[in-house]
Design a binder for this molecule. Structure first.
Ligand SMILES: CC(C)(COP(=O)(O)OP(=O)(O)OC[C@H]1O[C@@H](n2cnc3c(N)ncnc32)[C@H](O)[C@@H]1OP(=O)(O)O)[C@@H](O)C(=O)NCCC(=O)NCCS
Length: 217
């Protein structure tokens, strides 16, 4: 069994904790040892200990970590700080009822995929990407590293999400074309409920139907 610690003791951390013990990767289960939170307001959460990073490294040397916060850049910072104290990324943490093609879907280390999600074929999910409840990802999609899909996001076929993209709840994309993917640029934010019909430039926030860039004041 792999000893696993969850970085972040917020709502999403508790959600992941509720099923992590039932997940397996390549036949091996995870032994959830608790949460890591820099400013713990309690020493125990839902029956599991909450530790500072230093406490976790001392109590569980060599344990694996997964970051359970929605913001892509925060997740990257947490993973980097954990690595500094010898806590390295876990293998992909995939809810047992997630449907995907075992041969033609790849998951990077530290990625998290929640219940009800379906990924079809020829999909690459980057390291530390987070795919929340009830999402669908179609054929020939790339979910970049540290990308976040909130609950109920639908990514159509031939779509590329560059690293650090964030999709709010219920956002969707239309499909791209073979060899000409619809591309969401690195660090772009797609608001809840948006319908993306065109490429989105890097670091831009879009909302609405069809999704348009928000005016900056
Ligand atoms: C798009 C988003 C990032 C903008 O955040 P923000 O810059 O803080 O925006 P504000 O909340 O200040 O809202 C500014 C205006 O945009 C509107 N707005 C906010 N989000 C919107 C959305 N997704 N679609 C359309 N309009 C939106 C607000 O109603 C507000 O309008 P008003 O000025 O007429 O009152 C955010 O609203 C969003 O959609 N985040 C996703 C959250 C989410 O799904 N989380 C998942 C948790 S699991």
């Amino acid at each position: 069994m792999r000893t696993l610690l969850i970085l972040g003791a917020g709502g999403f951390g508790r959600e992941v904790a509720s099923w992590a013990g039932r997940a397996t990767w390549q036949g091996e289960a995870f032994d959830l040892a608790g949460f890591i939170d820099d400013h713990p307001v309690t020493s125990e959460l839902n029956g599991r200990p909450v530790m500072s990073l230093a406490q976790a490294a001392a109590r569980h040397p060599g344990a694996m970590v997964v970051a359970a916060v929605g913001n892509p850049r925060s997740r990257e910072r947490l993973i980097a700080r954990a690595a500094d104290v010898g806590l390295l990324p876990a293998p992909p943490l995939v809810h047992p009822n997630v449907e995907y093609d075992r041969e033609y879907v790849q998951f990077g280390e530290g990625s998290v995929v929640c219940a009800g999600t379906i990924l079809t074929v020829n999909i690459v999910v980057g390291a530390h990407a987070q795919i929340n409840l009830d999402c669908t990802v179609g054929h020939d999609a790339v979910i970049g590293e540290y990308a976040t899909l909130s609950p109920g996001v639908h990514i159509s076929g031939n779509v590329t999400l560059e690293p650090y993209t964030f999709f709010g709840t219920g956002a969707v994309t239309v499909n791209g074309l073979p060899g000409q993917p619809l591309t969401i640029g690195a660090g772009a934010v797609v608001g809840a409920g948006a319908v993306v019909t065109r490429n989105v430039p890097s670091e831009v926030t879009v909302t609405g139907v069809p999704a348009r860039a928000r005016e900056t004041s």
